[in-house]
Design a protein around this ligand. Structure first.
Ligand SMILES: [Zn+2]
Length: 398
């Protein structure tokens, strides 16, 4: 299926349900149908990289599509375009800037979502990390989800519908769309057709990305990302003496910091420029003085948000490296088992085979567990340097 649905890589079941719902939605807006088939609250779940927020955005676009009720989500009309591009007046996307979404943020959002849609179709609110809602924010959201205004749709995204991610009460109000890890050939296809990447690179990136489409695209297009992955995957066989542990740990943390800084700086500057422009910075007319005072405050506020987001970016980047490492140890166990399951890192099959010769399965498993334990520690705010050093020490001793 084309249009906005082509963004949902390897998710035919989700596309079927969502496009049918968008059709019902269109009939309802046009006054030729009932509310059957359309729901006011949706929960998109799936592993990282399966495209939860992409799916939510595509659905939002289909709801705003003006191409007619037979094929909502044409991808061509103004509604589709602005919704996909993030500028549609009736589509709000909440990306928690820090580690959680605050109560005040959520209250403000619930209030605006109750307004009538300016375009006459739907007010759509996308919450990309519903698992990062505080209890207070979740309660504010629950009220809105329980009694939704007639033309408001909430699209929540979370890793799973487990109570740790989404409260049972909110879960019970939502229709669930479960996305799965897309297959390598579906990812390769989208890299080739959508991003114009050559077949060899696309196949390679799809085979090593762990089902994460965004990661595949980054690996295919960014030499620095490829380089960092290589460095991470060299660590397991590089640890020969105790001092290597600290070098490797330091390197891992430093690489994550560099990567995160690169991502953050570009984004931060663009946001600051946009804010300055929006606040009429540099003007000389009447009221300029008070406007500058206001904008200084707003910029300070923005910087505060950016700082807390940078912390999260650093953590996310580090986590990505840990996922790669865990994949390597899993590969070693796959080799041990003599299984022909697809490897996480087929391009490092030699290293995995060599490691399998040197380590017992128990020892490889202990290493894998150390990586997973480190991910958990970081999730619980243990200082990265400390968590990583503890992990690498086990990677060394086995
Ligand atoms: Zn359209």
């Amino acid at each position: 299926m084309g249009g906005v649905w082509s963004q949902l890589v390897g998710q035919p079941d989700a596309v079927e349900v969502l496009s049918a719902a968008a059709q019902s939605g269109a009939r309802l807006v046009d006054g030729t149908g009932t509310a059957a088939g359309m729901t006011h609250a949706w929960l998109f779940t799936g592993p990282p990289g399966s495209g939860r927020s992409v799916a939510a955005r595509a659905f939002a676009a289909a709801l705003q599509c003006t191409a007619g009720q037979e094929v909502p989500g044409c991808g061509e009309c103004q509604g589709c375009h602005t919704a996909m591009g993030g500028t549609h007046a009736d589509v709000r996307m909440v990306v928690p800037e820090g580690l959680t979404i605050s109560v005040s943020e959520m209250r403000a959002l619930v209030q605006t979502s109750a307004r009538r849609p300016t375009g006459g179709r739907w007010q759509v609110v996308i919450i990309t990390d519903a698992d990062r809602l505080t209890e207070g924010a979740a309660n504010a959201l629950l009220k809105a989800v329980e009694e939704p205004p007639p033309r408001t749709v909430f699209l929540l995204c979370a890793p799973s519908d487990h109570p740790d991610d989404v409260s049972v009460t909110i879960r019970s109000r939502c229709r669930r769309i479960a996305l799965r890890t897309p297959a390598a050939d579906a990812i390769s296809e989208v890299l080739r057709l959508r991003d114009g990447i050559d077949a060899d690179t696309a196949n390679w990136a799809a085979s090593v990305c762990g089902g994460h489409v965004g990661r595949a695209r980054r690996l295919a297009t960014d030499p620095a990302a490829r380089d960092r992955r290589e460095k991470v995957l060299k660590i397991p066989l590089q640890l020969r003496r105790m001092t290597d542990v600290f070098d490797a740990a330091g390197e891992l943390v430093k690489a994550a910091e560099a990567d995160a800084t690169e991502v953050s700086e570009t984004r931060d500057e663009a946001e600051k420029d946009a804010l300055r422009t929006a606040m009429g910075h540099g003007g000389t007319g009447k009221g300029t003085a008070s406007a500058s005072r206001g904008s200084a405050g707003a910029i300070k506020e923005l910087e505060k948000r950016q700082k807390s987001r940078a912390t999260r970016t650093k953590r996310d980047v580090l986590d990505l490296a840990l996922v790669d490492l865990a994949g390597f140890y899993r590969d070693v166990l796959v080799v041990h088992a003599g299984s022909n399951t697809t490897l996480n890192h087929p391009d490092h099959a030699d290293s995995a085979a060599r490691a399998a010769q040197n380590w017992s399965p128990e020892s490889a498993l202990r290493r894998l567990e150390a990586v997973l334990g480190c991910r958990e520690a970081l999730e619980q705010n243990v200082k990265p340097q400390i968590a990583i050093e503890a992990m690498v020490a086990v990677l060394y001793s086995g």
